[in-house]
Write a protein that binds this ligand. Structure first.
Ligand SMILES: *Cc1c(COP(=O)(O)O)cnc(C)c1O
Length: 341
């Protein structure tokens, strides 16, 4: 198979080290992994295989289609978006729905039940049954493995964190749940009160840093692109669509096989950077659908066919672009080869 002219370099050692750090920060709680949206863009199968080998036992996806893609790996998967009528027909083994409405609870009971998870809404007003419904007996008799809730603003210092914590803690003992789970990546950094029995980090596994305890989290994802053409641009000429960049001097430019259709979005126009060895190579002009131009004055030997890395440290790149750390990786497209090293 020929390789693509663009690839994601995925650092397996960093992924595993990040999970181990998050597991340590989770104290006595087990540490799972959110692998929805194709493992946040990295490729869910590659992520699950590596984390399962490291000892991770609880994986979270959004849909049943995502769960089916992992079925042959033999890991336990929870489907965060619950159980539609259409989902009953094709349910692989080792997959539990995270039931989130009375209708879903009813559907699960009628289908014969079995081990399930349940989401309780403690303030997000997104998915989940209410604490009042739990108190009224909605879940009585269900075989619940994990009762969970989700924090609204765990990456911020706000009172809502403690309010959700107390609302969730008050549910203990009101269901058959074997385990309780509240914290995502930033939630597990809020301290032991938030750990309960299981944590569910996502973004920090993949290099996201939102809170001080994440300081040791390492970058996992680096987009790399091949140079299609190197050219000289004369002072006063412009580069790319709508001529947003005018060469201030004669300069050397390389055209990369990477564009906004790959998730390298237009906000990197005249802002993003590529790296080659020690050289920092700024994006010049507008990012187009499939192509991006960089100034290569600092890299005299870079030539057609060579590869460069895009600067993609998640907190830095989020600050530079205005995108969230989540958008930066989940938007990386299908044209990248995903290469684990
Ligand atoms: C996505 C998700 C997570 C992981 O969140 P991060 O902020 O990426 O750590 C945990 N729990 C639920 C319910 C989620 O939807």
């Amino acid at each position: 198979m020929t390789t693509a002219p663009l690839r994601l370099r995925l650092d397996a050692a960093a992924l595993v080290a990040n999970w181990r750090l998050l597991a340590r920060l989770s104290g006595t709680a087990a540490c799972g992994a959110a692998v929805k949206a194709n493992g946040y863009g990295l490729g869910a199968r590659g992520v699950v295989q590596r984390l399962a080998a490291a000892g991770c036992r609880d994986f979270f996806v959004a849909s049943w289609a995502e769960a089916r893609d992992l079925a042959d790996l033999g890991v336990t998967v929870s489907v965060l978006h619950g159980l539609r009528a259409e989902d009953l027909a094709d349910r692989p083994p080792h997959v539990r729905p995270v039931l989130g409405t009375p209708e879903q609870v009813q559907r699960w009971r009628e289908a014969g039940g079995g081990a399930c998870d349940v989401m309780v809404d403690t303030g997000m007003n997104r998915l989940g049954v209410s604490p009042a419904q739990v108190a009224a007996g909605l879940l009585d008799g269900l075989a619940i493995e994990t009762l969970m809730s989700h924090l609204v603003s765990a990456d911020e210092e706000v009172d809502l964190n403690a309010r959700q914590l107390h609302a969730f803690a008050a549910l203990a003992g009101h269901s058959s749940a074997r385990r309780l789970s509240l914290a995502n990546s930033s939630g597990l950094a809020l301290g032991a009160d938030y750990h309960f029995d299981l944590t569910r980090p996502g973004i920090a596994l993949y290099g996201g840093r939102q809170r001080a305890p994440h300081a040791g989290i390492a970058q996992v994802v680096t987009p790399e692109a091949q140079i299609l053409q190197r050219r000289r641009v004369t002072a006063g000429e412009t580069i790319g669509y709508n001529a947003t960049y005018t060469a201030p001097r004669d300069m050397e430019v390389a055209i990369l096989n990477l564009g906004y259709a790959d998730g390298y979005l237009r906000c990197f126009s005249n802002k993003g950077r590529a790296l080659a060895g020690d050289a920092v190579l700024p994006v010049v002009g507008r990012v187009s659908m499939d192509l991006t131009a960089i100034c290569v004055d600092a890299a005299p030997t870079l030539a057609e066919g060579d590869w460069v890395s895009m600067a993609y440290d998640l907190p830095e790149t989020a600050a530079l672009s205005g995108l969230s750390q989540y958008e930066l990786i989940t938007g990386l497209g299908a044209r990248f080869d995903r290469v684990w090293a």
